[in-house]
Ligand binder design. Structure first.
Ligand SMILES: [Cu+2]
Length: 474
């Protein structure tokens, strides 16, 4: 009896290995192009997304228009790629808003399919969140109105519609939100958009011979690509003066983590995490960022000479290159105190919940089950503080490297990682936290807005496969 049981397990494992190998080979033969776009050095200038201009000039209340549209983009000189974008062919403009401002969005879906637009990291009521419950049908317009009421931060927006979030993001739907507040504007940080304050939306994509995207939702662990794109250009370059430059970095990849560093392991300074400025700057020589997460860093180029080329790498892969130019006047500073963060008190938590993230590829579960739109997984009382214990299963054979866990409509704080203090740069506001295989991360969160909200893994293929739940705050 015991032998049969063992034989069953061994056979099971062999079948899994076989399936895995077959799917890996399918990927291999799907052979993306290896167009030589030049040397390992950057080829194209970094595109800087435009600021979205409101249709009225009232500082307290503004109307913003976004069109979700199809287009083509030239990632390579001689090939055009069918893509999606907001008000353009790929990615979208930057929505720059101030705390206290009323925002009246008008989002028109010009696609032939449903979409939605989720404001990732924004603290708003469930009906304004842009999750799967706020579908914008083909041809329709969605007009949510909300008031910005959270600290200065770098947030972003992207589709969140059941069944096509991953592909719509992959084809180009994503954009940045910059929130400013009195504190951020008083600090004299680099904050001139497009001059010394730059967005870097980092993604990876694969292409076929004709230039079109290859979206391979493979059996490995989500859709990854062979090329790294920043703001929609393959490993671009940016000309910088010998000054301090602030970069608002978004991991906009579907599934891939980036381990960022400068070519010579030179130091830079992290000033913000997902939900806003850290309490104090952190000097570092590397930075891990998982899908959905944002960081703000400052690189001081004044230590370099004119003509130097500094590379931003992810492990040993080129992300982009900085071409150092002349010395110019720089009156920006990195203050020792960036913000004051109110600590959520463990003693005030009314509930402790466990979120168990398990599996990889298409076989993923959250608390042992997959997403059901008709099921509310958690009920929360408005204003309550809860502790969520997020665990991931450590697989013996093959498993996910980990899961970037995201909660909609709120920002949280990390209490501990495997019982130890969280990393220094995880001590600020977060809305997405990477939980490595076998880890337990405890977070504390206050639910300040009513409505239905999603929580899920931000590997978009895991989310689509059902690693998502919904909570109702009332
Ligand atoms: Cu996941």
């Amino acid at each position: 009896m015991r032998k049969k049981w063992m034989l069953g397990i061994v056979l099971g494992i062999l079948i899994i290995i076989l399936v895995y190998t077959v799917f890996s080979m399918i990927d291999f033969y799907n052979d993306p192009i290896n167009t030589d776009i030049g040397s390992t050095d950057s080829a194209r200038k970094l595109p800087i997304p435009a600021l979205l201009v409101p249709s009225n000039s009232d500082a307290n209340s503004s109307d913003y228009y976004l069109n979700v549209q199809e287009g083509t983009t030239n990632f390579f000189n001689d090939k055009s790629t069918p893509t999606l974008g907001y008000n353009g062919s790929y990615l979208g403009p930057v929505l720059k808003v101030a705390r206290g401002q009323e925002v009246r969005m008008h989002v028109t879906n010009e696609l032939q399919e449903d979409t939605s637009i989720h404001w990732h990291g924004l603290e708003v009521e469930g009906t304004k969140d842009g999750g799967p419950h706020q579908v914008i049908s083909a041809g329709a317009t969605w007009d949510p109105v909300f008031t910005i009421n959270q600290p200065a931060s770098t947030l972003w927006f992207h589709p969140h519609v059941i069944g096509s979030t991953a592909t719509q993001v992959y084809y180009g739907l994503a954009g940045l939100i910059i929130v400013e507040d009195e504190n951020s504007m008083s600090l004299n940080l680099p904050d001139e958009y497009g001059v010394n304050d730059m967005p870097l939306i980092i993604q990876d994509r694969s292409f076929s011979q004709d230039g079109s995207f290859v979206y391979v939702d493979n059996m490995m662990d989500g859709a990854t690509g062979d090329y790294i794109l920043v703001n929609g250009a393959i490993t671009p370059y940016l000309e910088v003066n010998q000054t301090k430059m602030r970069f608002r970095i978004v991991n906009g990849a579907n599934a891939r983590n980036f381990d960022l560093r400068l070519s010579d392991y030179d130091e830079f300074t992290q000033i913000a995490s997902d939900g806003g400025l850290l309490e104090k700057p952190i000097v570092s020589d590397s930075l891990f960022i998982s899908p959905g997460e944002r960081v703000e860093i400052i690189i001081d180029f004044s230590k370099y000479d004119e003509g130097e080329k500094i590379k931003l790498m992810s492990d040993n892969e080129l992300v982009m290159t900085f071409h150092v130019g002349e010395k110019t006047v720089d009156d920006t500073v990195i203050p020792e105190v960036l913000s004051v963060i109110e600590r959520l008190d463990e003693d005030q938590a009314t509930n402790v919940k466990t979120i168990d993230l398990d599996g990889m590829g298409h076989m993923v579960t959250l608390n042992g089950r997959t997403f059901d739109m008709d099921r509310i997984d958690d009920n929360v009382t408005l204003g309550d503080i809860e502790i969520w214990e997020i665990t991931t299963f450590r697989s013996m054979m093959m498993g996910s490297e980990g899961h970037p866990f995201h909660i909609h409509g709120t920002q949280f704080q990390v209490l501990d990682r495997n019982g130890f203090e969280p990393f220094e740069n995880e001590k600020g506001w977060k809305d997405t936290i990477f939980v490595r295989s076998g880890e337990t991360v405890r977070i504390i969160v206050r639910f300040k807005y009513k409505g239905l909200f999603m929580y899920h893994c931000h590997i978009l293929e895991h989310e689509e496969a059902g690693m998502m739940g919904q909570l109702e705050v009332e």
